[in-house]
Design a protein around this ligand. Structure first.
Ligand code: ZN
Length: 176
């Protein structure tokens, strides 16, 4: 297991103290970008670009885990083999925390072409559901694609994978 941590604030305080975005890589297999020194910064860059389209979030008390399988806690009623992202939110009187698990295929050419921009929607606007109309809006996803393409201009494999990802996402069961 390889672990990458970025930007931990005063973590000697209680475990539930506020902290900025944390990113962990918890798989030994995956595409090259996952094992580069800047994976934490790249993850943050994509998450922030996606959040700007969703309507914004600070990522305070959000932890992202890159994994080679998503254990089916979000997969109730689904075949857990098909769960590729999961955002679990804990809300208390004085704290909230989002734990985001994202499956990463060895074929994903960039973090943009993963479930990350989708899961950011759960962190930002729609905890635990797909009721916001943006989930199934072609205009919304075109804006998302444009924002994500802008992070890696000229990277054709990434741009192509982003396109494929989001045309499939409009065919999800919650959009039918
Ligand atoms: Zn979802």
């Amino acid at each position: 297991m390889r672990t990458v941590i970025i930007a931990i604030a005063a973590s000697l305080l209680a475990a539930c103290a506020d902290h900025p975005l944390r990113v962990y890589v918890e798989t030994d297999t995956g595409p090259a970008w996952l094992f580069q020194h800047d994976v934490g910064e790249r993850t943050k860059q994509v998450a922030e670009a996606a959040a700007a389209i969703w309507g914004g979030t600070t990522f305070e008390n959000v932890t992202i885990h890159w994994v080679d399988q998503v254990v089916g806690h979000c997969g109730a009623g689904q075949d857990s083999a098909h769960v590729i992202g999961c955002t679990e939110t804990t809300v208390g009187d004085t704290f909230h925390h989002d734990e985001v698990h994202i499956y990463v295929s060895v074929w994903a050419p960039c973090p943009e072409a993963t479930a990350l921009p989708h899961e950011v929607g759960h962190v930002s606007v729609d905890k635990g559901g797909h009721t916001n109309p943006d989930w199934c809006s072609g205009d919304f996803w075109n804006a998302m694609i444009a924002a994500l393409d802008g992070l890696t201009p000229g990277d054709a494999s990434c741009a192509h994978a982003i396109q494929e990802w989001y045309s499939e996402s409009l065919e999800q069961t919650y959009c039918r």
